[in-house]
Design a protein around this ligand. Structure first.
Ligand code: NAD
Length: 278
């Protein structure tokens, strides 16, 4: 739905259910004079002005558990695809070029997970089963979870950047995480590092990543999320066309199973709120 249409219609609705594309900003919330519930059919709340909603007593709900496994499986798939150059070599083969290029195994490699939350935790579990050495950095106390999965926690972002062969990002987009991977952070990484991002595009400075790929500092990047979706800036277009970049159009939750779980969770929560009035 177009933003202008939402602004015009919102006054008539008690409940608004959106996915990631619709921006529910202060203006929408101010005009939603009947609004009682804003539901995000998915995980991240960065397209909703939660403070503005809370200030008006509007309940904001989401379904953060529902897409976890789908995003984690995509993350691991992207990791393998980047390590074995699957997309690049598939394209070459289709174009008649028989190039048996060398890749690397994941087994025995150090995977650095930034954000050991729901998705980061599930990625860690699968990566352990693949024989990876998993380390993680999180600002919250995730000691118990790390112990249960067999993940070694490091005490700073810089440590994880220095020690990892592959880095996977699983933090929410906040003021603190905006461009948390910038020129300085990329420089701290190992030469030939692989970066996977299925969290939010703006967690990485696109221009810094492009520069690191061009210099060979970063061997490959696999991205399900971009700073602008769809990409529009010249450097974003250059990034997605880079031969060592794999890109997917924000499909982390795009599975039959995740969508069913999301719909079920959201409707269950709305039902409970309406029933209990809380
Ligand atoms: P979560 O809240 O369960 O986990 C996030 C973790 O990051 C938490 O443990 C938190 O403490 C940690 N964290 C926050 N700020 C940090 C910082 N500055 N440094 C280190 N750690 C920090 O979230 P989740 O459900 O696992 O989702 C993770 C990310 O995946 C979010 O950005 C979400 O929007 C994104 N996501 C993407 C898709 C997709 O389609 N690609 C689908 C669902 C979720």
């Amino acid at each position: 739905m177009r933003y202008e249409d939402l602004l015009n219609m919102i006054k008539d609705f008690d409940i608004l259910i959106v996915r990631s594309k619709t921006k529910v900003d202060r203006e929408v919330i101010e005009r939603g004079i009947r609004l009682k519930i804003i539901a995000r059919a998915g995980s991240g709340l960065d397209n909703i002005d939660v403070n503005a909603a809370n200030a008006k007593g509007i309940i904001v709900i989401n379904a953060p558990e529902a897409p976890v496994n789908s995003v984690a499986e995509l993350t691991i798939g992207l990791m393998i695809a980047a390590a074995r150059r699957v997309v690049e070599l598939s394209l070459k083969t289709k174009n008649g070029v028989w190039h048996k290029a060398m890749g690397v195994e994941l087994y025995g490699k150090t995977l650095g997970i930034i954000g050991l939350g729901r998705i980061g935790g599930r990625v860690a579990e699968i990566a352990k089963a693949l024989g990876m050495n998993v380390i993680a950095y999180d600002i919250a106390d995730v000691t118990e979870k790390a112990k249960r999965i067999g993940v070694q926690l490091v005490s700073s972002l810089d440590d994880i950047l220095r020690e990892s062969d592959i880095i996977s990002l699983h933090v929410p987009l906040t003021k603190e995480t905006y461009h948390m991977i910038d020129y300085r952070e990329l420089e701290l990484m190992k030469n030939g590092v692989i970066i996977v991002n299925t969290s939010r595009g703006a967690v990485i400075n696109t221009r810094a990543l492009l520069d690191a790929l061009n210099r060979g500092k970063v061997a490959a990047a696999a991205l399900d999320v971009l700073e602008h979706e769809p990409p529009r800036e010249p450097w974003e277009l250059e990034l997605i066309r880079h031969p060592r970049v794999i890109v997917t159009p924000h499909i982390g939750s795009q599975t039959k199973e995740a969508q069913e779980r999301i719909a079920y969770e959201i409707l269950k929560k709305i039902g409970l709120i309406l029933k209990e009035g809380a």
